[in-house]
Design a protein around this ligand. Structure first.
Ligand SMILES: *Cc1c(COP(=O)(O)O)cnc(C)c1O
Length: 424
């Protein structure tokens, strides 16, 4: 299976029906599982035998989709969560406790910034933000013996900066900590971070993986490559008293991190998806490769059109040759730069809002990565509380529009933009 190309894996990895079984992944809508003896169930509770005990921790429908996503990323195991936020939270908490800290790139999803800067801080975890222009020495000055990881996004939402994964992975490894990357916008179809030294990948499956705006979900994938015994990770290398002294690195080898995330954190936090949601996610995944190709091709054409129109002040899209991120995109995203574009309409806030309100095909929604084209005006929605001056400091101008280019015919998308520009 692992030799198949990624477009084949999108369809064939995970669920493998045997003779006479349903062709399509069944929805195991069951909270619990039946066993012939209490003794066997006891072994499951001690993690001595594999198997499902309770759907908060695992379920056959989840297992098939976890295997599929793990195969897509090239990992040793994955764990689905009820949302992308839960995936980011658990990826950090799995190896970080109160009094410790992590390093995070500052150009990441706004929801992750809130989680890191406000909520993790409240529980005693210090997140030290670094900008892409900082040197290794400047970042190292913020790292100490309590630093647990470096975190970044492959293509940052909404800044659209491309992460130099080899650089940050090397930096993390020099300090014996893992590199963790949110690969939501690229998906494994456009970039597989493990190939560049990244150790753990997270996803909001709500975005392109589902792709149809139907279910909120998340996922953590473990590369199995990080050597936990080299660093200082006692939670993985010494006995877990809540499982009669299981040592994750000894009992689960390369899958130590992802096993601990499931049997300890998912057990305790319960951020579990539902079997129906996971079935819908699997449905989305079957066409992921096709959709990412089309999202990327459409977005490049739309970005080129916007760049050539004099009613547009500026365009950000890593696929454009003129873009500041183009060199990094050529290295990390040779198959395409995904579907999201940011651009500024001349005339500031009023022009941007008039433009968006005039769009007919593109819908105004709080979402990206849908198969249908959608738009958002950050200055009047997600960043509404900021003044125009604060917006500029955050890199979001009052006239900035975030466009998530769908998989419709690109001529229709461009025609919609043209007619809306004429109404400004
Ligand atoms: C949306 C998003 C998240 C959060 O995911 P939810 O599924 O909405 O909880 C995390 N990271 C990125 C890059 C996102 O776009």
């Amino acid at each position: 299976m692992s030799n198949y190309k990624i477009d084949t894996l999108c369809l064939q990895a995970g669920y493998k029906p045997e003779n006479g079984q349903p062709r399509v992944l069944p929805i195991y809508q069951s909270t619990t599982y039946k066993y012939d003896s209490s003794e066997h169930l006891g072994k499951l509770f001690d993690l001595e035998a594999p198997g499902h005990m309770y759907t908060r921790i695992s379920n056959p429908t989840f297992e098939a989709v976890e295997e599929k996503i793990s195969a897509l990323e090239g990992g040793v195991g994955a764990m689905l969560t009820s949302s992308g936020q839960a995936a980011s939270l658990m990826a950090v908490l799995n190896i970080t406790s109160a009094g410790q800290n992590i390093i995070s790139l500052s150009s990441i999803y706004g929801g992750t910034i809130n989680l890191f800067a406000v909520t993790l801080k409240r529980i005693g975890i210090d997140v030290r933000f670094v900008t892409p222009d900082m040197t290794d020495e400047e970042i190292e000055a913020l790292m100490d013996e309590n630093t647990r990881m470096i975190f970044g996004e492959t293509i940052a939402n909404p800044a659209l900066t491309v992460l130099d994964m080899e650089r940050y992975s090397a930096l993390a490894h020099r300090h014996n900590v893992p590199m963790v990357v949110d690969n939501t916008f690229a998906t494994p179809v456009l970039c597989r971070p493990f190939e560049y030294g990244v150790d753990i990948v997270t996803h909001s499956t709500t975005k392109y993986m589902d792709g149809h705006a139907t279910v909120v979900g998340g996922c953590i994938v473990d590369s199995g490559n990080f050597d936990w015994s080299k660093g200082n990770f006692p939670e993985l290398t010494t006995p877990d008293e809540s499982y009669h002294g299981v040592v994750y690195t000894e009992n689960f080898g390369k899958a130590a991190y992802i096993t601990k995330a499931r049997v300890q954190l998912m057990r305790d936090f319960g951020s579990t998806p539902s079997p129906m949601s996971v079935f819908l996610l699997d449905h989305g995944l079957t066409t992921l490769a096709l959709r990412m190709e089309r999202h990327s091709a459409n977005a490049l054409k739309v970005a080129q059109f916007l760049e050539s129109d004099d009613r547009i002040e500026s365009v950000s899209y890593p696929g454009l040759e003129s873009d500041s991120q183009h060199a990094l995109a050529q290295k990390y995203l040779p198959k395409g730069c995904s579907g999201v574009i940011s651009f500024e309409v001349k005339g500031g806030r009023d022009a941007a809002m008039k433009f968006m309100d005039s769009m007919q095909l593109a819908a105004i929604v709080v979402h990206v990565a849908d198969a249908r084209t959608c738009v958002l005006h950050p200055a009047s929605t997600t960043h509404r509380q900021l003044t125009d001056k604060q917006l500029v400091e955050a890199g979001i101008s009052a006239g900035l529009v975030r466009l998530s280019v769908g998989i419709e015919n690109v001529e229709d998308i461009i025609a919609d933009i043209k007619q809306a520009l004429e109404k400004i």
